[in-house]
Design a protein around this ligand. Structure first.
Ligand SMILES: [Zn+2]
Length: 144
């Protein structure tokens, strides 16, 4: 492959990568609820009311998805305070896997949003080191 083609592919991949702002464009009241719930969990953990195994129970697949198709947030993990947390988006609905489809590109998100069927999207924050995970946002896609 020539260097020009390699460069075009690199630029295309960068443009097609999901960014934090792509996940679900609008802020909603439920975002606030999830943030409050997250803070309660973190506070409980800090006060010793919940153990680390309970708050850091991400399945190996979720940790892998955070690394391979997650979006870096620029925020530090609230538990281990070492690793950056990633947002992982799963979409559920008709003709999608029962365990949801993990979204890794803008194109994929656009295609799913263009579907006639109503789909549900969930954004989860994940630390791939300690396994911290929490729901950030839920939204609907498609239904056009
Ligand atoms: Zn962590």
């Amino acid at each position: 492959m020539s260097s020009v083609r390699t460069e075009k592919l690199r630029v295309f991949k960068q443009k097609n990568n999901l960014e934090k702002s792509d996940l679900i464009a609008t802020e909603s009241a439920t975002d606030v609820e999830y943030r409050l719930a997250r803070q309660v969990v973190v506070d409980f953990w800090k006060n010793g009311k919940i153990d680390t195994e309970t708050v850091c129970d991400a399945q190996p697949m979720l940790k892998r998805n955070a690394t391979h198709c997650g979006v870096p947030t620029g925020e530090e993990c609230p538990i281990c305070e070492i690793n950056e947390i990633y947002y992982v988006t799963y979409v559920f609905g008709p003709r999608l896997p029962a365990h949801g489809r993990c979204i890794s590109s803008k194109g994929e998100l656009r295609r799913l949003n263009a579907r006639k069927a109503q789909l549900s999207a969930y954004v989860i924050e994940v630390c791939s080191v300690c396994g911290w995970n929490h729901l950030v946002r839920s939204s609907s896609l498609g239904g056009n």
